[in-house]
Design a protein around this ligand. Sequence first.
Ligand SMILES: Cc1cc2nc3c(=O)[nH]c(=O)nc-3n(C[C@H](O)[C@H](O)[C@H](O)COP(=O)(O)OP(=O)(O)OC[C@H]3O[C@@H](n4cnc5c(N)ncnc54)[C@H](O)[C@@H]3O)c2cc1C
Length: 454
Amino acid sequence: MILMTQILHVIGGGMAGSEAAWQAANLGVRVVIHEMRPKVGTFAHQTGLLGEMVCSNSFRSDDDEQNAVGLLHWEMRQANGLIMQIADKHRLPAGGALAVDRNPFAQSVTDALMAHPNISVEYGEITELPEDGQWIIATGPLTSSALGQAIAAETGAEALAFFDAIAPIVYFDSIDMSQAWMQSRYDKGETEEERTAYLNCPMDRDQYEAFIDALMAADKTEFHEGETAGYFDGCLPIEVMAERGRETLRFGPMKPVGLTNPHQPDVKPHAVVQLRRDNKLGTLYNIVGFQTKMKYGAQAEVFKSIPGLENASFARLGGIHRNTFLNSPTLLDQQMRLRSKPSIRFAGQITGVEGYVESAAMGLLAGRLAASEILGAALDTPPANTATGALITHISGGAEAKTFQPMNVNFGLFPPVEGFKGGRRGRKDRYKAYTDRAKSAWHAWLKAEALDAA
Ligand SMILES: Cc1cc2nc3c(=O)[nH]c(=O)nc-3n(C[C@H](O)[C@H](O)[C@H](O)COP(=O)(O)OP(=O)(O)OC[C@H]3O[C@@H](n4cnc5c(N)ncnc54)[C@H](O)[C@@H]3O)c2cc1C
């Protein structure tokens, strides 16, 4: 039955909420956006405009052949995405990146949404989880505390985080396995897979001492004003641990006990850096316990001094930020619905993606999925070999739920393409193959959607 009168409510008019509303409205559904600003502010937003960029003015690389975020731009443009349309209109010169003039950008997003005949905007904070109707919650990393508490009451407190503590993530095929090896501490585990679940990088005394010096000397970022540190002993930045004593890391995340280096079985490593698989595909590994406030340039330099990681490519670097996000792999289904309350979808950074572009893409998808459900036309999520599909597949089950932390789009989330060389040398051809494959799959998905709706 088609309930044309059913309204879609979107909470939050940021990157994700604005795009979700636009997509659903263009499919013929009436949408109400509930935005708390300017009545209630956040420490990072400056205006009452929809689609405000809270910090940098960059949508990152616009290269849709060699870069996963550029591919996400391309997919959103093909799907008539509002955020991309307006970003293109207010583009500033920035080499291969897509930088925008932030205030005219947010003003244009606001104007376009206000002018849409199917969209209205209600200003005010939503403090409770809705009971009736179709909803998308896109309240972002700075979700107001009342709504955050209401969400936590539904999901369980441990399934909603208020800080991310991101350890750097490395592409497996960039790790030098002639130095590193696979082994769980004390060979623990019932199966061979469990006994070899960790990837280990050994250090001798000199390497460890030089590593501690580099950590302490590295440039660090400060917390934003109003973003209280509030980190607790379980997720201290490694440089803070190092400052507490030069041996702290050797008795913490870098302890060498219970591990034997098969490349040098007679030499006991002085310290060991452990990496743990980050996705089911096994293409990404995170460096265990290495959350950090070091600046990105410094991180790359310091982490490449770890034996085995000299040529590491990072899918993302580490960080600690104020960030409200769900444990989506356990809470959301592939349609972005809350399993326990399927009339509520989540979109944007709160789902555990990271960045303006990824958040807008998750808004685009949630808007289309919600509108299709309202219109009675079932819509499948896009396949994992598209950038949008790779993200939704990762957050709704591809990621390891126990260690789930927010993720940027990257080629490590895509099913591998066969027949291409791994490592740096084959990278150009491999990335082109990823983006070619994604583009035809995205077109097919858009076409199937249009047929379903017809
Ligand atoms: C300090 C900071 C700096 C960042 N810097 C960058 C950066 O440089 N580049 C980058 O790509 N990403 C950055 N991010 C991540 C960034 O927030 C996301 O990329 C993007 O803004 C997320 O989009 P979103 O739509 O999920 O959330 P937002 O864009 O934050 O939108 C959420 C909206 O929901 C509203 N809202 C919240 N609670 C309620 C409520 N209860 N009722 C009604 N409305 C509500 C908010 O006012 C806001 O408008 C940063 C995040 C923070 C916190």
